[in-house]
Write a protein that binds this ligand. Structure first.
Ligand code: AMP
Ligand code: MG
Length: 522
């Protein structure tokens, strides 16, 4: 049985290829990608697949059960009439230009067109490429489960993201030093197949600008606009400025969504910034449990916490600035690029305020909203509070019962007995202000609750949940992967049968590796 995919390669057909075909590490010039064949795996085993993504790509459940599926999405066989490739890009990592990076452990199989949508399909962890630098091109089961579950969960939260089609074990063992402390060990290798309209990143453009290769840069930007921003028009300086503006808007929308649900990406380097404003490259990401603007799950970043929750919108700005520099050779004027950056700074504040208002169920406009929200952020951070539970409970707040606000949300507090009387008073004052503010709204308590429950998810992929699924999978028990996968398809629904996952992080997970501490080792 062969998979009937409607292959429509554009990236590799229209953009310049690296002429060298050998799979050796190298610096690539005047090219957007290098051809490379995935590594054969020992004993691939399908662990899970996304039925929705099957459909999106025009595949059936029978396809998913076939040997072809197993072989293609583990990298053991190449689809007919396709030439897999790794993309070339650079990036600013933790604030510094890092030179050429590229798909070191991702290999693009092909592009597929189905139901009017274009999908680029990649295997992550399918072996080395010319961009693998000192690493092996492989991925381990734990990080693959995390990417697989989270990308589908983000989609169902309504957040732009790359998607995942399948999760496979490769059958090979992979050596990793999880905490970079000199204790390497073998782990199970795995491969995720993922899909997106495009995997182009800010770094894809930066590398060409750094190489002063304006011709290839122009070719790539024109290609991006033609296929991904077709309404912007034909190649011109104005179109390029519009393109930058659109990328800024999409990136802003993405990061405001992250703030809404408490998602912390963990490695917002410019090579991990999608040109389409998609959440991309799920590595040491995490979910805010305790609402803390300074939290980052990434232990590699623990000293500076550059990519902590509270700075994410400003990091997007910094990354856009790098993209502006990369696009400058095509525009040769600073002002229009600066204007877009200024607009970002203005709009991101407004978007953040509106998002926070929606979390509180506020629709009307009021001068004091900024104040109401920042005072809430302040007390939330003085009281160790579970973000998800807090906002879900807040939806049950009754305007006539302001005095009960504190008790209503107290399930969300991690150490309720340690809340001082002074702090309790501040909470009570806040709730009375909130009740006062709600009196300016026109909708009923129950309608507001319904609206808030569509903004504030009940179920997110808490760090310890992913870790439990990983621990089970390590023992060849994949049921929890499926259970979480199904729950996270309806993150805003009550799903009372899954209430046990609507719970604060258990104490054992507070400082556990994999739960609150993750490294880039994957
Ligand atoms: P990340 O920050 O995880 O997105 O990765 C940064 C860069 O390192 C990218 O160019 C990746 O392709 C590369 N990389 C990460 N892990 C590996 C690996 N195991 N083998 C090869 N390249 C890798
Ligand atoms: Mg990356």
């Amino acid at each position: 049985m062969t998979l009937k995919l409607n292959i429509k390669d554009t990236f590799s057909r229209e953009l310049p290829a690296d002429p060298i075909l050998e799979n050796s590490r190298r610096q690539v010039r005047e090219a957007c990608f290098s051809y490379v064949t995935p590594k054969k795996t020992a004993h691939p085993k399908l662990v899970h697949f996304s039925s929705e993504m099957l459909q999106e790509l025009g595949l059936s459940k029978e396809d998913a059960a076939s040997d072809s599926f197993l072989n293609v999405f583990s990298g053991n066989s190449v689809l007919p009439d396709t030439n897999p490739y790794a993309m070339c890009y650079g990036g600013h990592q933790f604030g510094n230009w890092a030179g050429q990076l590229g798909d070191g452990r991702a290999i693009n199989l092909s592009e597929v067109k189905h139901n009017g949508k274009n999908w680029a399909i990649q295997l992550k962890g399918a072996g080395e490429t010319p961009y693998s630098r000192t690493a092996d091109g492989l991925a381990v089961l734990r990080s693959s489960i995390r990417e697989y579950l989270c990308s589908e969960a983000m989609h169902h939260l309504g957040i732009p993201t790359t998607r995942a089609l399948s999760l496979m074990l490769s059958g090979d063992m992979v050596m990793r030093d999880v905490m970079y402390d000199g204790n390497p060990a073998y782990e199970k290798g795995a491969i995720v197949s993922r899909a997106a309209a495009s995997f182009l990143r800010f770094g894809s453009y930066e590398i060409l600008a750094t190489q002063q290769d304006t011709d290839t840069l122009k070719t790539l930007v024109d290609y991006t606009i033609k296929y991904h921003y077709p309404t912007l028009g034909g190649p011109s300086k104005e179109t390029y400025c519009q393109f930058f503006k659109e990328v800024a808007v999409r990136s802003m929308e993405m990061v405001i969504h992250w703030q809404r649900v408490g998602f912390v990406h963990g490695v917002m380097n410019t090579d991990n910034m999608s040109i389409l404003g998609l959440t991309i490259d799920y590595g040491p990401y995490g979910w805010l449990e305790d609402y803390d603007h300074h939290w980052t799950p990434n232990t590699t970043d623990s000293a500076n916490k550059r990519y902590r929750y509270g700075t994410q919108p400003q990091i997007v700005f910094w990354n856009l600035l790098q993209l502006a520099n990369a696009l400058y050779p095509l525009i040769e004027e600073v002002e229009p690029l600066e204007n877009v950056l200024h607009e970002y700074q203005r709009d991101v504040k407004i978007a953040y305020l509106n998002m926070m208002k929606s979390k509180l169920g506020l629709v009307e406009t009021n001068d004091q909203d900024d104040q109401l929200i920042s005072s809430l952020e302040g007390i939330l951070q003085r009281t160790e509070t579970d973000m998800t539970i807090f906002f879900r409970k807040l939806a049950q707040f009754k305007t006539g019962d302001a005095g009960k606000g504190f008790v209503l949300v107290s399930d969300a507090f991690y150490t309720p007995n340690e809340i001082s009387d002074a702090l309790k008073k501040i909470w009570i004052t806040w709730f009375s202000k909130y009740a006062e503010r709600l009196s300016l709204e026109t909708i009923s308590d129950s309608d507001r609750a319904m609206a808030m429950n569509k903004i504030n998810p009940k179920y997110v992929l808490r760090n310890y949940m992913a870790q439990l699924a990983i621990d089970d999978a390590d023992r060849q028990d994949y049921r929890l992967i499926d259970e979480l996968f199904q729950i996270l398809k309806k993150p805003y629904d009550e799903q009372p049968e899954h209430e046990k996952w609507f719970a604060k992080r258990p104490e054992w997970a507070r400082n556990k590796v994999g739960c609150s501490m993750l490294s880039c080792s994957s």
